[in-house]
Design a protein around this ligand. Structure first.
Ligand code: GEK
Length: 243
């Protein structure tokens, strides 16, 4: 549970100008509350990542958490993969996020908290790569190259966990899912003003792909098995496995 100081109120007052969303210190300070109230099923997604670690992480391999934010996925993997001797590398380009990550007490498996750009992270000997709600923040034309590098750096049997907000090709479905998602945010305590100002701040910052775009791209890159393992309104999570 977040204490009151950690509650996300960033967009609760009417702002004279809504600036483009950034993962700065203010956001890092309330991020846990923000993400758990903004992503339908976030805690379930986390539990699923723990389960995947149990199944896919192999001895002496590497695990990458790309766009780790406060490191929640890495902490779960650290616990779950305690007997594998794996190396967990958690990367984020937000200094504020990584600074907070470094304050976590050491887990069962050591985590290397790296401030860096995932577009340049070297990926090798990987049994699991997590891109939980991060690919959507890269420019669309930069996404295939990162996914190709991940594929190349995965060992046979390795897995990519890709969770994203999506858009729908059918306008009616898109409108309905947007309506349901906004309804979800209201049930999580966000006001209409907060919802609309946050949406404006994310415009051109979070650029979602469609389900078809994700699947086609993953398959074209060479992933042999691609499964949509979770969907909550317009949020999905895929498991993409390299044979
Ligand atoms: C979680 N995975 O809790 N390089 C490194 N980091 C980046 C880049 C980049 N090029 N672009 C964005 N980020 C987390 C949640 S949040 C999702 C991920 C959200 C980072 C950015 O700084 C932020 O911390 C994260 O990606 C996206 O499971 O806020 O919706």
């Amino acid at each position: 549970m977040s204490g009151d100081d950690n509650r996300d109120r960033i967009f609760s007052r009417r702002l004279s100008e809504v600036k483009a969303f950034e993962f700065n210190e203010t956001v890092a300070g309330v991020f846990q509350d923000m993400i758990s109230r903004s992503v339908p099923g976030y805690s379930l997604l986390m539990r699923m990542i723990g389960l995947y670690a149990d199944i896919f992480v192999t001895p002496a391999s590497r695990v990458y958490d790309l766009g780790c934010s406060l490191g929640e996925a890495s902490l779960l993997i650290s616990d779950q993969a305690r007997d594998t001797g794996c190396r967990i590398i958690a990367v984020d380009n937000s200094a504020a996020m990584i600074e907070k990550c470094r304050q976590h007490p050491p887990g069962a498996t050591e985590i290397e908290w790296c401030r860096g750009d995932i577009r340049h992270t070297e990926i090798e000997n990987a049994s699991m790569v997590v891109l939980n709600l991060t690919l959507q923040f890269l420019q669309p034309e930069e996404r295939p190259a990162l996914l190709q590098r991940i594929f190349a750096g995965l060992n046979p049997g390795g897995v990519l966990v890709l969770s994203e907000k999506i858009v729908f090709d059918d306008p009616a479905e898109n409108e309905r899912m947007t309506q349901l998602y906004q309804g979800f945010k209201k049930t999580m305590g966000y006001s209409d003003l907060e919802i609309s100002q946050k949406r404006n701040a994310l415009e051109n910052v979070l650029i979602p792909d469609s389900d078809q775009q994700h699947r086609r791209r993953l398959e074209a890159i060479g992933f042999n098995e691609v499964y949509q393992c979770f969907r909550g309104f317009n949020f999905v999570s895929y498991l993409a496995i390299k044979a």
